[in-house]
Ligand binder design. Structure first.
Ligand SMILES: Nc1ncnc2c1ncn2[C@@H]1O[C@H](COP(=O)(O)OP(=O)(O)OP(=O)(O)O)[C@@H](O)[C@H]1O
Ligand SMILES: O=P(O)(O)OC[C@H]1O[C@H](OP(=O)(O)OP(=O)(O)O)[C@H](O)[C@@H]1O
Length: 211
């Protein structure tokens, strides 16, 4: 893509999209076309490609995008990705928690009675590491979304999921039992682009730091 920045930038759709586009606007990349096209994915004139946050490391690792924006939770869940993490952007702050139905803790109860607790999550790698480190036996059930439903139906004893305002947990009668990590949005780069397009990437990072 031949654009003003000379870079192809992977922008996450969903929760991180608004703040990411606001930031790009502030450093002089006009994202109005992205905002006004809900279904369009590739914006050649400004060098932006949009995708789910968990796909950003895939595109950046392969060099299909030079740089990208995604959550720290996504990066921790995909530790094998060969990408450089350049900056903590501060926004998109949320916490990965262990949560279960309010009242006596069903997770702790299952551990006590059966020696194992069943946990639903999209974050199986982070969760596996967390329970290993804290010496607990768990059976992980991978779900793709609406994780809060799993303990309400008896599928599991607890969940590992992101929370920000706490509304979704509350609306579903769940409470936080433990905090696992806090995530914010990060800027990542393709290692080869980081060398070959160093000037363009450095310039962009400098402008982001000035914000
Ligand atoms: N309140 C929030 N809830 C969930 N994620 C948030 C929140 N605030 C910021 N984030 C960030 O946004 C990312 C998820 O965005 P969103 O929920 O829109 O995507 P998704 O469709 O669930 O993505 P994917 O399927 O790729 O995991 C998280 O990885 C996290 O870094
Ligand atoms: O604490 P809150 O402010 O309520 O935000 C947390 C909720 O937002 C995210 O869900 P999302 O809307 O991305 O849907 P998903 O569960 O399908 O990923 C996350 O998985 C929680 O469900």
């Amino acid at each position: 893509m031949s654009t003003k920045t000379g870079l192809t930038i992977a922008v996450p759709r969903g929760a991180l999209m608004g703040d990411t586009l606001d930031l790009l606007d502030r450093i002089g990349i006009d994202t109005s076309e992205v905002r006004s096209n809900d279904r369009k994915l590739l914006f050649e004139d400004i060098g932006i490609v949009t995708m789910r946050p968990s796909d950003v490391p895939t595109y950046v690792e392969a060099g299909a995008a030079d740089i990208g924006f995604t959550g720290k939770d996504v990066l921790l869940e995909q530790p094998e990705r060969a990408v450089y993490e350049l900056m903590d952007l501060g926004y998109g702050r949320c916490t990965l928690v262990l949560a279960s139905v309010a009242g006596p803790d069903p997770g702790a109860e299952a551990l006590r009675r059966l020696g194992v607790m069943r946990v639903a999550t999209k974050y199986t790698k982070i969760a596996r590491r967390f329970f290993e480190e804290t010496g607990r036996q768990v059976e992980l059930v991978e779900v793709k979304g609406s994780v809060e439903l799993a303990p309400l139906t008896g599928l599991v004893d607890a969940i590992v999921d992101l929370t920000a305002t706490g509304t979704t947990l509350r609306e579903n009668g769940l409470v936080v039992r433990e905090e696992i990590l806090v995530a914010t949005a990060r800027l990542i780069a393709n290692p080869v682009a980081h060398k070959l397009k160093a000037a363009a990437i450095d310039d962009l990072v400098e402008r982001l730091r000035a914000e």
